[in-house]
Every structure is written in structure tokens, then in C-alpha cells.
Design a protein around this ligand. Structure first.
Ligand code: NDP
Length: 246
């Protein structure tokens, strides 16, 4: 039997990059998926690429808005009958050193990553505890482990996601709901391809495996956390970094 046979998964920020790779991995293992993304057109075409509407749907959702996240999750239950997996993946960067970062840039990043993740975890938990089963996977970052120059906003949000994951895992374990986090390192996506070549080369040089990671290499770890393969794991953080900053 496939690892996610008949399971229903919601992936925020699923229109492209790591989120889309996670959706592809889940569909390949028998899941039905709903992609929630601010970019509705891109989410629609990504869902079509994944399969017909009996397999993949797209919903416009801004994760900073509690009501939109709730509607996304309820919509998945209405369309497919349950909510078994949520991946809180939506993300943005607004990099700048503290000298130049605006308060708005700080708030935007905290809003999408930390508050967005809280909205998703909270609303998914309300559904999953009734089902007495579920797996929530939060996408943190290596930046939240070590702190990166120019990312006081992003590093704070991604470290916060680790705390949120562990607290939620403790609150939900006895309801049969697991919550785990992934800290990717340098992964090839639109977010990182925007980096200047010099910075990109410096970062690759810090990776013991001497290469960038591919979105599917994060997706396979999300699949592990989403499936019964990790049935006795909650509150954990997996580093998918090629050994960088181990
Ligand atoms: P991408 O920019 O390729 O994908 C992120 C997606 O999230 C985009 O479709 C984006 O839409 C969407 N999004 C942004 N804001 C919101 C919002 N408010 N509500 C819903 N969707 C939103 O990034 P990646 O695939 O690289 O990143 C995915 C996750 O992995 C992020 O959480 C990121 O922080 C994390 N990560 C990535 C690493 C990397 O090296 N790539 C390393 C460590 C962690 P739009 O394009 O319209 O903004």
C-alpha cells in the first residue's frame, strides 16, 4: 500500500518550490492534496499539473489571515472528507541588516512564517483532535538554528516555529496528533535563485556535501513525517542541510 493512501493533505505556499515538491511526493504516495497560496493562478495550474480535481485542488489563501486559513482547511474536509496532514510551508524573505530593515519588513516576515504557522497549526489541530489523528509538518529553516546576517526577521520567525512546534506537539500528543518541523538548508528554489552569485557560492562552500539541496530532498522528509513511518515521533526537528552547520 502507498504511504499516504486515501490521506488528505493541505500544503500552504504549495504553488511552487518546496511546497509543490511536497505536494508531488504526497500525490505519488496516494494522497489527495489542496494547495493554499496567495498566488491563486499559479496554485491552480500547479494543481492541474498534479492531477484532476479528484486528486488536487487549489485555494487562494493568505496565511496571515486566520479566517482564510480556517476556510482552506475546512474546504479540504468538505472536498475530500478529512484533514490528515497539514504542511505549513508558505514563506517570504525581506532580507536587510537591522540598520536598514524597516519595521514593516520585520512584521511581514513574522506574520507569514510565525503567525501563519500558528494559524495553520491551531485550526488544523481543532479538526485533527476530533479525528484523533493527524500530522502537522512545519517548515522552519537552518536560519532559525544558527541565525543569518540580514535575517533578524526570518531567523526569529524560523526559530519561533521550532518553539511553536514543540509546544503544540505537547498539547496535541494525547489527541493522536503529531507536530514536527523541518529545517532545510540551501535548497534550489525561486527564493534562493534570487541570491547574488557571490553569496550563492559562499553558501555552497559551507555545505559539507558541497552542493545545493533539491526541493524533492525536503519533500521526502516531509513525506516521512506525514506518514506512519514516523508514528512515534513528535516535537522533533529534522535538518535537511547536506551537513551545513550541523
Ligand atoms: P518559494 O518562494 O518558491 O515558495 C513559497 C510560496 O509561498 C510561494 O508560492 C509564495 O507565493 C507563497 N506565499 C508567500 N506568502 C504567502 C502567504 N502569506 N500565504 C500563502 N502563501 C504565501 O519558496 P521556497 O519553496 O524556497 O520556500 C518554501 C518554504 O521553505 C518557506 O517557508 C521557506 O522559508 C522555507 N525554506 C526554504 C529554503 C530554501 O533554501 N529555499 C531554506 C530553508 C527554508 P508568492 O510567490 O506569491 O509570494
Amino acid at each position: 500500500m502507498a504511504l499516504l493512501e486515501r490521506k488528505v493533505a493541505v500544503i500552504t505556499g504549495g504553488a511552487r518550490g518546496i511546497g509543490l515538491a511536497i505536494a508531488e511526493a504526497f500525490v505519488a504516495e496516494g494522497a489527495r492534496v489542496v494547495l493554499g497560496d496567495v498566488d491563486e493562478d499559479r496554485a491552480e495550474s500547479a494543481a492541474k499539473q498534479l492531477g484532476d480535481p479528484s486528486v488536487a485542488l487549489a485555494t487562494r489563501c493568505d496565511v496571515t489571515e486566520s479566517a482564510e486559513v480556517q476556510a482552506l482547511l475546512r474546504g479540504a474536509v468538505d472536498a475530500f472528507g478529512s484533514l490528515d496532514i497539514l504542511v505549513n510551508n508558505a514563506g517570504i524573505t525581506r532580507d536587510a541588516t537591522m540598520r536598514t530593515m524597516t519595521e514593516e519588513q520585520f512584521d511581514q516576515v513574522i506574520g507569514v512564517h510565525l503567525k501563519g504557522c500558528w494559524h495553520g497549526t491551531r485550526h488544523a489541530a481543532a479538526i485533527m483532535r476530533e479525528q484523533r489523528a493527524g500530522s502537522i509538518v512545519n517548515i522552519s529553516s537552518l536560519s532559525g538554528k544558527v541565525g543569518m546576517v540580514g535575517q533578524t526577521n526570518y531567523s526569529a520567525a524560523k526559530a519561533g516555529i521550532v518553539g511553536l512546534t514543540k509546544a503544540a506537539a505537547k498539547e496535541l500528543a494525547h489527541h493522536g496528533v503529531r507536530v514536527n518541523a523541518i529545517q532545510p538548508g540551501l535548497i534550489r528554489s525561486a527564493m534562493t535563485e534570487a541570491l547574488p552569485e557571490r553569496i550563492w557560492d559562499e553558501k555552497v562552500a559551507q555545505v559539507p556535501m558541497r552542493r545545493v539541496g533539491e526541493p524533492r530532498e525536503v519533500a521526502s522528509v516531509a513525506l516521512f513525517y506525514a506518514s506512519a513511518m514516523s508514528s512515534y515521533m513528535t516535537g522533533t526537528v529534522a535538518e535537511v542541510t547536506g551537513g551545513r552547520f550541523m
